[in-house]
Ligand binder design. Structure first.
Ligand SMILES: Nc1ncnc2c1ncn2[C@@H]1O[C@H](COP(=O)(O)OP(=O)(O)OP(=O)(O)O)[C@@H](O)[C@H]1O
Length: 243
């Protein structure tokens, strides 16, 4: 892993909603070509943090930089592929019409647009459902289409909020193979997950508990430090079951 300039730098970032403190003093660097996983119990602040990274939301205090530029910045958005937890799809349109819409937003045209749409639909195994209306898609198919859209413009940074929820194990494995291939080509990936064998596939993990980043390291080092035999048990340990 090349530890040159970070793709993402979070410096002492906190986020409050009204009086409620959701993220507290988060500092974190994510480096080029890393797969960085954010792991933590439900409600711990993972989605809030990824929204700060994409510039969708702003920190109450502290700094977020992407590609060396303070966020939020509109021109940085083209470098980020974001897959939100709730799908941003037009359900009354077909998958192709959705893909065309996002391709136009990203400035993909002509043969290149066609080629990218075909490539991303292959990755998520939805080629046979290209012309189907999204309202006829299952929940898992919608997640896969959302992932396809995030990959469309080949962004150097992918931010994926629970990308494989509702996706069957075989396809999940295929998607991971693709994500790892993108990693090898230089794409940086930040994702949130609850799935333990996915956490294990990350180069590094950040464990969040009650809005605080309590541990950041490789899965192996986190397991060793917790003195537990598996990521699952280390997760429970860091998740606050220990006193
Ligand atoms: N817009 C908002 N206004 C008020 N509170 C919010 C808002 N967004 C999130 N929260 C609160 O912030 C906390 C963290 O939420 P967040 O969605 O970041 O957690 P999470 O770790 O992603 O959870 P999950 O794994 O269940 O998706 C929760 O208590 C949530 O209720």
């Amino acid at each position: 892993m090349a530890h040159n300039s970070p793709v993402i730098r979070v410096t002492d970032a906190s986020k409050q909603f009204g009086k409620k403190s959701v993220l507290e003093h988060i500092s974190l660097d994510v480096f080029p070509s890393e797969t960085f996983g954010l792991l933590g119990p439900s409600g711990s602040g993972k989605t809030t943090l990824v929204k700060l990274l994409t510039g969708i939301d702003q920190a109450t205090s502290g700094f977020i930089e992407a590609f060396g530029t303070p966020m939020p910045r509109l021109d940085i958005l083209s470098k980020i592929g974001y897959m939100a937890q709730s799908d941003a799809l037009y359900t009354e349109l077909s998958a192709l019409e959705n893909l065309d819409f996002y391709a136009a937003l990203y400035g993909l045209k002509g043969a290149r647009r066609k080629q990218r749409i075909s490539a991303v639909m292959d990755i998520v195994s939805l080629q046979d459902h290209l012309h189907k209306k999204v309202m006829q898609y299952s929940g898992g198919m919608k997640r896969r289409l959302s992932l396809a859209i995030a990959l469309l413009h080949e962004p150097p940074l992918l931010i994926l909020d629970e990308p494989t929820v509702g996706i069957d194990p075989l396809l999940r494995q295929a998607i991971w193979t693709e994500l790892k291939a993108l990693n090898t080509k230089g794409t940086t990936i930040i994702l949130t997950t609850h799935v333990m064998d996915e956490a294990d596939k990350c180069d590094r993990l950040g464990m969040i508990r009650e809005g605080r980043l309590i541990a950041v390291d490789t899965p192996t080092a986190l397991i060793e430090r917790a003195g537990k035999p598996s990521i699952e048990e280390a997760f429970i340990y860091y998740g606050g079951v220990h006193s």
